[in-house]
Design a protein around this ligand. Structure first.
Ligand SMILES: CCC(=O)NCCS(=O)(=O)O
Length: 349
């Protein structure tokens, strides 16, 4: 049996899962996202290169990936520290920090933030999407990738002794690349050996989540201990959503606070509003998936911090929970989503 069995592994070490409290299962506290820069529309070059200021905030909100400065969340540790203190005051307990190799994971910062604020932080092992894979990563076999991931959980990542407590977010494109498929198989192998939680970033296509589950299953992965992220921008048809839900992963709605007219990564997609996200949660609850739902904001750019007029890490606790209650969800259901489901997922087998 793993020494981590029955525990959650945070950046400060293993802990009793009952100490976690309300948990956001998909956030970033320090990362870079330059790999996903989107060139500004013709005519927007000036605003795209201007410093972030009040008069640009609406543009930035609609075009978050077209400002290089906005993609450097790693420069905002002070602001994030303040936000985490505010998250605690709002009743928050823990955050899963999903930054993996390829988008500038910084475990030292995560550990310091946890010490300074008292928020429990669980760090992510593994690799982001193909376009961030190094040549070295691409050349590795599934066995070598498995060893890298296991090492990040058992001994520490990025040359530190700070250990990851989940595998992910594991980045997948659509269609998946060969390098991503190897990482996915390695994720499943490491999960089998470690009994640990896994979280996946699917490509932007309704078929992507089920295809990922199929590959994980073939490689022996534990779907019951796997989160499928970003369902808000991936599966829109309710019948398709129920088909996917039957496969047994956790169903994560993690883009709360993102309300954008033109979704820059796929203009075919109409990003739902927060009200529509709450409606979908109510639908899944009605269909019996109370023990599978997880929520978060997936903050990964500066403009979403309160310092820049954004909603911040407390939006779900301060605004979405009251909305859920006003739409007929019970306090028990809210606690199931924010406390019990995340605790069950994060606890090593
Ligand atoms: C690293 C942050 C990230 O991948 N966020 C997902 C954004 S989206 O694909 O859902 O738009």
């Amino acid at each position: 049996m793993s020494p981590l069995s029955g525990k959650v592994q945070t950046v400060l070490g293993p802990m009793d899962p009952n100490q976690l409290g309300r948990t956001l299962t998909h956030e970033h506290l320090s990362m870079t996202f330059e790999s996903c820069y989107v060139a500004p529309l013709p005519g927007d070059e000036d605003v795209a290169t201007a410093p972030i200021e009040m008069k640009n905030l609406h543009w930035l909100h609609q075009n978050p990936y077209s400002s290089q400065e906005n993609l450097l969340l790693c420069q905002e540790t002070e602001a994030v520290r303040e936000e985490l203190l505010s998250f605690r005051r709002a009743g928050g307990g823990a955050i899963v920090e999903n930054t993996t190799t390829g988008i500038s994971r910084n475990l030292g910062i995560l550990q310091q933030l946890s010490k300074d604020t008292g928020v429990h932080i669980v760090a992510g092992a593994g690799f982001y999407v193909d376009q961030t894979h190094s040549d070295q990563t691409r050349k590795m076999s599934v066995e070598q990738l498995t060893d890298v991931i296991k090492n990040e959980v058992l001994h520490g990542a990025d040359g530190t002794d700070i250990r990851c407590g989940v595998i992910g977010e594991i980045g997948m494109s659509w269609p998946m690349t060969e390098s991503e498929k190897k990482v996915l198989r390695a994720t499943a192998s490491a999960q089998v050996e470690l009994g640990c939680p896994v979280i996946i970033h699917p490509g932007r296509n309704p078929a992507a989540p089920a295809e990922i589950v199929r590959i994980l299953q073939e490689a022996g992965g534990d779907i019951d201990k796997t989160v499928m992220s970003h369902l808000d921008r991936t599966i829109f048809d309710r019948r398709e959503l129920l088909e996917f839900a039957k496969l047994g992963s956790y169903l994560e709605y993690d883009l709360f606070g993102t309300e954008v007219l033109n979704y820059p990564f796929n203009l075919e997609i109409d990003m739902p509003s927060d009200s529509q996200r709450v409606e979908t949660l109510a639908f899944l609850l009605q269909e019996g998936y109370e023990d599978r739902i997880l929520v978060a904001h997936d903050i990964h750019t500066k403009n979403r911090l309160t310092k820049y007029g954004g909603h911040g890490y407390s939006h779900i606790l301060r605004n979405i929970v009251p909305k859920m209650l006003s739409r007929g969800m019970s306090q028990g259901q809210v606690d199931r989503i924010l406390i019990e489901n995340s605790r069950r997922w994060l606890t090593f087998k």
